[in-house]
Design a protein. Structure first.
Length: 164
């Protein structure tokens, strides 16, 4: 069952989320973060949710998280992003070589299966959780050219200990 903007808006309302419809045809919302802060020192991420392919594809995108052009060693940054992506469910990091933008996305093929409110919320929340968890790793790769996953892995171990 394809999805449209009206159904998507209903899911935002049902989840109790604030959002706005952008002229570009996507819905925009935001989440607070504890570790991640942008270049201006503000905590939080904006997430754009887009419906495409006649309602058969959803994409959740946190744009302009980092600027790869500011990286001390772009190769090390990309290694860190690939390492993080391999260790993270649902999300992937993307790079636009034209302007250096690094963003985080979750893509979901709706096709004929639809999407439940629980799936919608999980995909939406996966982005800020991943960004918060891995921000120290990515920041270290940008600033120092060092890839060290230990801070993100320690956070995952601590979370697993709390849930046990």
């Amino acid at each position: 069952m394809p999805i449209n903007l009206e159904r998507l808006e209903a899911m935002f309302v049902e989840a109790g989320l604030k959002y706005r419809l952008e002229d570009a045809g996507h819905l925009l919302t935001g989440f607070a973060t504890t570790a991640y802060e942008n270049e201006d020192g503000r905590r939080g991420v904006a997430i754009a949710v887009t419906v495409s392919e006649d309602g058969e594809f959803l994409e959740f995108t946190a744009p302009r998280l980092y600027d790869a052009r500011r990286s001390r060693d772009p190769g090390r940054l990309f290694q860190a992003l690939l390492d993080v992506t391999m260790r993270t469910k649902l999300v992937r990091f993307e790079h636009d070589p034209h302007d250096g933008e690094v963003r985080c996305t979750v893509s979901y093929p709706v096709e004929d299966g639809g999407i439940t409110p629980r799936q919608f919320r999980r995909m939406l929340e996966a982005i800020p959780k991943a960004i918060d968890r891995w921000h120290p790793v990515i920041r270290l790769a940008i600033d120092e050219g060092v890839v060290d996953l230990s801070s993100g892995l320690e956070q995952a171990a601590a979370k697993q200990d709390r849930s046990a």
